[in-house]
Write a protein that binds this ligand. Structure first.
Ligand SMILES: C[S@@+](CC[C@H](N)C(=O)[O-])C[C@H]1O[C@@H](n2cnc3c(N)ncnc32)[C@H](O)[C@@H]1O
Length: 209
């Protein structure tokens, strides 16, 4: 589901950028065990205006990022923001539940997958988790920063923003879904009384037991 005008303004505000750069990404880097290995290929779902995509390149040190968003306006902004990184970023309009359509992504294609606050926008959120698990290599890392049902139920969220209303997830439900797709949570925590969930999970690697 696309963001409404108010959410676009909030998500693209300087305050959110400061939070993402100076609090969320350092916390996620710790949860993920540090930057990615040299040459790592990453995919980012719901990239918005591409601010997080830059952080994946610069802070997580991905070699390349395939990033997509359902909203053509956001993808156009991301293209402008990332115009100085030719060859390292592929940007497409597309749906997080079908990375094959957007990027031709085969099974086990990526070393890392990033979800900066987007899965709560997807009506069938479990199919987005399944798609991430499909395209991650064994041992690949899924880094997530999510908004839970707890936040979405707050009057401020309901009044100001548009989100799917049925079948939203609590932090516990999101974390319980990951192992069903072969993703083992390596670390996670919630903040603001369970409103937000930050974490990392690794895809099961049969060669490592
Ligand atoms: C809250 S915003 C987060 C944007 C960006 N990740 C950030 O942190 O600034 C959620 C984004 O998810 C996108 N989105 C919603 N449903 C989507 C879907 N099914 N597939 C891809 N993107 C989607 C929206 O268009 C929006 O840009």
């Amino acid at each position: 589901m696309l963001m409404n005008r108010i959410e676009k303004a909030a998500v693209n505000s300087p305050a959110r950028r400061v939070l993402q750069r100076f609090y969320e990404v350092p916390a996620l880097l710790k949860l993920a065990g540090g930057p990615l290995a040299p040459g790592a290929r990453a995919v980012e779902i719901g990239c918005g205006s591409g601010y997080g995509t830059r952080l994946i390149l610069d802070r997580f040190r991905a070699a390349t990022v395939d990033a997509l968003d359902l909203d053509p306006e956001m993808v156009a902004k991301a293209r402008r923001r990332l115009a100085d990184r030719p060859g390292r970023v592929r940007l497409e309009v597309g749906d997080a539940t079908d990375l094959k359509a957007a990027f031709g992504a085969e099974d086990n294609a990526y070393d890392a997958a990033f979800d900066f606050a987007i899965i709560h926008h997807i009506p069938d959120w479990r199919s987005a988790v399944a798609e991430i698990a499909r395209v991650l290599k064994p041992g690949g890392v899924f880094v997530f920063d999510e908004v839970t049902a707890h936040a979405l139920a707050r009057p401020s969220y309901r009044m100001l923003f548009d989100h799917p209303t049925r079948d939203r997830f609590t932090a516990r439900e999101f974390l319980a879904e990951l192992p069903r797709h072969g993703l083992a949570v390596s670390g996670a925590f919630t903040r603001i009384s369970g409103d937000y969930l930050l974490g990392a999970a690794r895809k099961h690697d049969p060669d490592r037991g």
